[in-house]
Design a protein around this ligand. Sequence first.
Ligand code: OOG
Ligand code: NI
Length: 461
Amino acid sequence: MTVQPFVSPDLIRQRFSKAMSDMYREEVPLYGALMELVEQTNRDVLARDPHIARQLADTGEMQRLDMERHGAIRVGTATELATLARLFQVMGMQPVGYYDLTPAGVPVHSTAFRAVHEAALQVSPFRVFTSLLRLELIEDPELRAFAQSVLDRRSIFTPAALRLIEQAETAGGLTEAEAEEFVLQALETFRWHHSATVTAAQYQTLSAQHRLIADVVAFKGPHINHLTPRTLDIDIVQAQMPLHGITPKAVVEGPPRRQCPILLRQTSFKALDEPVAFTDQAQTHGSHSARFGEIEQRGAALTPKGRALYDRLLNAARDALGDFPNEGNAARYNALMTQHFGEFPDNLDGMREQELAYFRYFATEQGLAARPGEASLAQLLRDGHVKAEPLVYEDFLPVSAAGIFQSNLGDAAQAHYGEHSNRQAFEQALGRTTIDELALYADTQRRSLEACAEALGLKRL
Ligand code: OOG
Ligand code: NI
């Protein structure tokens, strides 16, 4: 008997990401339109700007650009979250970061499941922003108990998916045939269901408490609520969306437009109204808006110092605005953001010298030929023996995420919660700790310096 080799988790993730995109394109036609707009914009940017094209080719991001996307889901119980963590683990995805959305009036806390090593990210950078509903924030004890009982009755994984997760855990991986089946079975958890698990009246009660609570509790599973392609120029896409029959939210979340993009810029369009059949209705009489579209542009990952500067400037601009960004104040918000971010160096040398961003270092052809001998990194960079490119930000931003949630739940969905961040409770539900994203960037930067030193025959850099 021949032993079947295991399929690498990275390849399973790559296939799953593709399968998810195909499913979503079929279910939400606007997603297809958005994908085309993003692909066209990316082609135009690359043709217009050979510098960006070269930079993406050097970092390997060019290869992953077309398959790059993130999705988002919301779950209701600790068991669901912990099982998801195991499902994602089969695809080499780990929980990175902790995001508390309660200050923004959204009763969830979240993490992002993603690959953590630069080599794995290169095969597939697929990420899933995953939120856990905080039922304890429902004040009415009767409603809370009802929501809990509905959630306790559902099973969001197929029996085959559960079996394959266990198989991967005990055997240490999945064979080709198992991996193929796993992708199909895992997809079922993220599918949209037209039939709800509650009556129309129960849905109304949950929704009146918070739209998001109804979205999590009233359905059979954590339908994927958006899938986001990566664009090289989000302002072009934002401006073009209305021409394609898509209405974007009022402002782009994240940093303002810059020469050297940092972190993450995002925009989205409103959730679609979808027909729903409640349990007391034979046919689809109700409706629910859950699924929306989003676009992102990714830039440099920031160091703790860079991130502190980003947070300070963002807060200052928002304080000066004195309100949530909306249709009416969008122009002023953009102007304030540009004004405040004038303080953030907008060139790679400045960002590197002030240690605001993480970089990946490469030995250049010239360096490899010259074999420069022991020298400082700064000297090697000055002499052109080593080149630095910023590390792309692989994560999310809590203020931006809150803006995306809100624009899609409707602004009426803002609530005030006295209780805040509870990372410990989240990790207890998850069954493990979340990974510190900053440590991951620091590791990647360090590995690139080690590889660079070795290539140049230096002891260390
Ligand atoms: C997630 C919203 C946050 C992002 O990209 O920051 C988000 C959700 O609505 O479930 O998708
Ligand atoms: Ni998103």
